[in-house]
Design a protein around this ligand. Structure first.
Ligand code: PEP
Length: 251
């Protein structure tokens, strides 16, 4: 059985004070949740303070990005050990906004994922096609290339610390959600790829999240699909009430 995971990506929103208020509201609302794993990803500057609020609560801390090197002359970057130092247990890599605006390639995503796993943190690796790619029939080719690229040289043992997130680019922040059938088709395909590369056990244990305009109103339908194990939530994770409702989705 795969434990559901709901992750909130706060993107470039909220001051330290606002982040702390939101985190505190979630910690208060969700203190009794044990059946679903909960992760929030504030901006870098709020990680340390939010990490303190989440200590001894079921809410876990994620960073939205990291650098692949541990230290050195890499101006402006933040490493995995430094993120672990402020309480991060998870790091998101390969988000489509990073691929689109910051030129991140599958290779770079892979290098970062390996750095995260080397330090024992969990990598939430995002993949997803653009509308153009979907409409031109390249959906599965694109997803396969992103998954294979991101997981290169990652061992079967390390896969226990990998969470995948399927986020169709056309559904992120647009209000357009993939139907649960559309999402399930890709999730099942990704699980098939994992089966081919790592075997049945890893394929059946790896959690694959869906992301793209997830809201309290559509989470239950998505979660009813066999291969959808949780959600990566952007906009709706910025309101404690909505995010809590998503975490407490009806089964
Ligand atoms: C995201 O940022 O990963 C995301 C899915 O955003 P939204 O829920 O706003 O579409």
């Amino acid at each position: 059985m795969r434990k559901p995971l709901i992750a909130g990506n706060w993107k470039l929103h909220n001051t330290v004070e606002q982040s702390c208020q939101l985190a505190q509201a979630l910690v208060n609302d969700l203190s009794d949740v044990t059946e679903t794993e909960i992760v929030i990803a504030p901006v870098f500057t709020a990680l340390s303070e939010v990490g303190k609020i989440c200590t001894e609560s079921p809410v876990q801390l994620a960073a939205q990005n990291c650098h692949c090197m541990d230290d050195g002359a890499y101006t402006g970057e933040v490493s995995v050990p430094l993120l672990a130092d402020v309480g991060c247990s998870h790091i998101i890599v390969g988000h489509s906004e990073r691929r689109q605006y910051f030129g991140e390639t599958d290779h770079f995503v892979n290098v970062k994922a390996r750095a995260i796993l080397k330090h024992g943190l969990t990598a939430i690796i995002c993949v997803g096609e653009t509308l153009e790619q979907r409409e031109s029939g390249e959906l599965f080719e694109v997803i396969a290339a992103q998954i294979r690229g991101a997981l290169e040289e990652i061992t079967a043992e390390q896969m226990a610390q990998v969470v995948l997130a399927y986020e169709p680019v056309w559904a992120i922040g647009t209000g357009k959600t993939a139907t649960s059938e559309e999402a399930e088709e890709v999730h099942a395909y990704i699980r098939g790829l994992l089966h081919g590369s790592f075997g049945t056990d890893i394929a059946s244990q790896c959690r694959i999240l869906y992301g793209g305009s997830v809201k309290p109103g559509n989470i239950s339908e998505l979660m009813a699909e066999e291969d959808i194990d949780g959600a990566l939530v952007g906009g709706a994770s910025l309101k404690a009430e909505d995010f809590s409702a998503i975490v407490r989705f009806k089964k």
